[in-house]
Design a protein around this ligand. Structure first.
Ligand code: MF3
Ligand code: CO
Length: 259
């Protein structure tokens, strides 16, 4: 079942998205070599609760934290811990979600800790570009496969691997709703996009192959070849006409001509 949202519901998701954007901006500024990922998690939970929202990841299927902090070859779902100390040169992905007045938002970004190699910087940039190529396809009348195709084409043109075992998703009152939004696919295939569909689009791109494994903690997903991975995600809404709105990126507007 796909739940289309009306203008009032989208306004609620816009507020959740704006708050999540603020939380992620503050987390980004806080990232420094030598700190633990647990410190970032505590900070995120404080920011969320201070604003009368709920951390959506905490206790989700037993997940023990408010953010996922995934370092280097970790793709997603890295559990924050006191003994995970981020260091200069690391590639760090932070994924966070919250619920405000019953409405969900989900967003992630990847940064270099201190100075990182040009190779790693390129991966982070291309992953963001993949998101923007994909989100531009989130137009009423297009299909979910158009999003995945755009992401895949861009990532693979750089020789990168597109993670297939994890996907984007519908989002609304629940963090994960239909449809699933893969980062690979065929143009014109899959669910047809309609106005009021709210989606989390989230390319996960590896320097090497696309295969992944789960660690023994039952959460952390790593690349099978231990290659570095990057993740970028926003919650968006498909508009009646034209390009989508990025609910978790307030003030940002996609423009027709820009790539
Ligand atoms: N942000 C993740 C997603 O997009 C969810 C994290 S799973 C959790 O699917 F358990 F950490 F919540
Ligand atoms: Co998500």
């Amino acid at each position: 079942m796909i739940y289309l949202k009306n203008a009032q519901q989208i306004e609620c998701m816009r507020k959740a998205g704006a708050l999540l954007f603020d939380v992620l901006c503050r987390l980004r500024e806080a990232i420094k070599p030598g700190m633990s990922t647990a410190e970032l998690d505590v900070y995120a939970e404080q920011l969320i609760r201070k604003n009368k929202a709920i951390p959506s990841f905490l206790d989700y299927n037993g997940y023990p934290a408010s953010i996922c902090a995934s370092v280097n070859e970790e793709v997603v779902h890295g559990i924050p811990a006191d003994n995970v100390i981020i260091k200069e040169g690391d590639v760090l992905s932070i994924d966070c979600g919250l619920i405000l007045d019953g409405w969900q938002s989900d967003s992630a970004f990847t940064v270099g800790v201190g100075q990182i190699s040009p190779e790693k910087q390129k991966l982070i940039e291309v992953t963001e570009e993949c998101f923007f190529k994909g989100v531009r396809q989130a137009i009423a009348g297009n299909h979910v496969g158009d999003i995945g195709h755009a992401v895949q084409e861009h990532a693979e043109s750089f020789g990168y691997g597109v993670i297939r075992d994890l996907t984007g998703h519908g989002i609304g009152r629940n963090m994960h709703e239909e449809p699933s939004v893969p980062n690979f696919g065929r143009q014109g295939h899959g669910v047809k996009l309609r106005p009021g569909m709210t989606l989390a689009i989230e390319p996960m791109i590896a320097m090497g192959g696309y295969r992944v494994e789960e660690l023994e903690d039952g959460w952390t997903i790593v690349t099978a070849d231990s290659s570095i991975c990057s993740h970028y995600e926003h919650t968006i809404v498909v508009n009646e006409h034209g390009l989508p709105e990025l609910l978790s990126y307030p003030g940002f507007a996609l423009t027709e001509e820009a790539q």
